[in-house]
Design a protein around this ligand. Structure first.
Ligand code: HEM
Length: 508
């Protein structure tokens, strides 16, 4: 494929291509199927937005995704569901070891969540509605037409009060995203991928296409000889005799993360003896950017593939700051995207590569502790919610408590290798990149290690003096709910909607 316009955007849900940033009014609904036939009738006519034509985005959008329980409730065969990944089938809260790896422990354990914490009660479907300012009421009425109310039971409407481009702590969010290589032009050959690239293989976020390993991620494939209704589905690119239920679909990870904004700013304020400049510096060091989004490291002079040369907020990597003097190694954005190439710290040439692969030639002991980034990227599509509270107001004794946080959403083709890896090995790890006794300063759960060693610190190297250390970070973010969903392509949605006919025909 040479041109991105050759990509079948008409079969892709729009959220994979657009963040719907121009549609600030949102309504996120968790639903259970109560009448499967009615649900399928509604689905067959539902105005689900596809990803065609960037310049013709209408003033509204609608996306839908299902949990494994939801697919079952709609009559998708168990043999098809088993084609999905284990973590999708088991669910986010489905086993204790997963919860531990995700850092869902202590006060963040699933048993305390408002929704999704009981694996038996995971919502069947997630409906995402987007509209222009003040447009959501009308859009919701248009979407929830007959037989919607008999088809679904509303479990919960998630808070989505629009807070603008910033997240509740006051930082501009949604700046850095992988650039999807829709035209499939970039090589995934490791020999050509030493440097960090922001261009990412389609198969890293959309099922049915080669990923960064040049492989097709496992997904349900259906034999049309056995299931004639599968003819509606696209052929599997790697096995053309089979129909691909996953193609143009993606896994959607949703986590409702409550942010304690007064708690965050009051803690920082105390840590710096109420000096507003130092307070801002500490907050920026924890995030890895200034509040206006400016990076803490200088822009790279060399071009970074997939990042426009005039993108002053993203044209950087950490090669010039190996020790974290400018952007601490444990900062949130450095943990969640360390911007490393296949061999961190860039090694070119056959012999140099070989020496490095064999484990020699490291200039610093921690050089290789961070994995290559390209296998662990996330396409973030979340929305912050709440009312704005400036740091100055947040530190006041009577700072108003209110519901504030992030509906964290990311789209990935492999939940385990992407979302769970980032959350476990980078965000929650107390040894990320060689740092010690700290987890992600925003997201960390602060529980000590089994040995009793604390993990509630945050370190900032100072090139002119000793390491600056902030101790006893409290919990700033609490998990309120979460689940794994599958956001199907439009053909797969048609297939699901056709399943009741399928059953009736079978029984004739
Ligand atoms: C309430 C919770 C969170 C807050 C307040 C938050 C805040 C931020 C902010 C301010 C940025 C910088 C702006 C940008 O580059 O877009 C950022 C970037 C990012 N965050 Fe979060 N985040 C949260 C949760 C998460 C979670 C749960 C993950 C993944 C497990 C995550 C992954 C990322 C990634 C991948 C980036 C981009 C890093 C880069 O490419 O440089 N965030 N976040």
């Amino acid at each position: 494929m040479k041109n991105s316009s050759d990509f079948n955007f008409g079969d892709l849900q729009a959220l994979l291509r657009f963040g719907h940033k121009k549609l600030p009014d949102t309504c996120f609904l968790l639903l259970n199927v109560q009448d499967a036939d009615a649900a399928k009738r509604w689905l067959s006519a539902a105005p689900i937005s596809n990803a065609l034509a960037a310049d013709r985005q209408p003033g509204t959008a609608l996306q839908i995704a299902f949990s494994a329980a939801g697919l079952r409730a709609l009559g998708v065969e168990e043999s098809v569901i088993q084609g999905f990944s284990d973590e999708f089938i088991t669910g986010m809260s489905g086993d204790e070891s997963r919860s531990r790896r995700l850092g869902d422990v202590g006060g963040n354990a699933p048993e305390y969540w408002d929704w999704g914490g009981d694996p038996q009660l995971v919502p069947h479907a997630l409906l995402l509605l987007y509209a222009e300012k003040n447009g959501i009421k009308v859009w919701r009425k248009t979407v929830e037409v007959k037989p919607f109310n008999s088809a679904f039971h509303l479990i919960r409407q998630l808070p989505t009060l629009d807070i603008g481009e910033i997240e509740p702590f006051g930082f501009v969010d949604g700046i850095s995203q992988p650039n999807i290589d829709w035209s499939r032009q970039q090589s995934t050959d490791p020999h050509q991928r030493d440097h960090y690239s922001n261009l990412l293989a389609v198969g890293e976020v959309v099922l049915g296409y080669p990923n960064e390993y040049r492989q097709y991620t496992a997904r349900p494939l259906i034999d049309p000889k056995i299931d004639q209704f599968a003819s509606i589905l696209p052929n599997a690119e790697d096995q053309p005799a089979l129909k691909d239920f996953g193609r143009n679909g993606s896994y959607l990870v949703l986590r409702q993360l409550d942010q304690d904004v007064p708690g965050f700013w009051k803690f920082l304020d105390q840590a710096v003896d109420s000096d507003p400049v130092l307070r801002d510096q500490l907050a920026a060091a924890m995030v890895g950017r200034q509040r206006d989004g400016s990076p803490l490291v200088p822009l790279s002079d060399d071009g970074i593939p997939g990042i426009p040369i005039d993108d002053k907020l993203n044209r950087f990597n950490y090669i010039t700051d190996p020790g974290g003097n400018r952007c601490p190694i444990g900062a949130h954005i450095r943990r969640t995207n360390p911007r490393t190439g296949d061999l961190p710290n860039v090694v070119t040439g056959f012999f140099n590569r070989l020496i490095r692969i064999l484990g020699f030639g490291l200039t610093r002991p921690n050089d290789d502790l961070v994995a290559s980034t390209r296998f662990h990227r996330l396409l973030r599509r979340g929305r912050a919610y709440g009312s704005v509270l400036t740091p100055e107001n947040a530190i006041k004794a009577n700072a108003p408590a209110a519901e504030r946080g992030l509906q964290f959403i990311c789209l990935v083709a492999n939940i385990n290798r992407q979302f769970e890896f980032v959350q476990n090995a980078w965000v929650m790890s107390s040894k990320f990149g060689g740092v010690q006794q700290e987890r992600d300063p925003l997201l960390g759960h602060r529980q000590p290690l089994k040995s009793g060693i604390a993990t509630d610190e945050f370190h900032r190297p100072d090139p002119d003096g000793p390491m600056r250390k902030t101790c006893h970070l409290p919990l700033f973010i609490t998990v309120r709910g979460g689940a794994y969903f599958f956001m199907p392509g439009l053909s797969a949605l048609k297939y699901i909607a056709s399943l009741s006919n399928n059953r009736k025909d079978d029984s004739l």
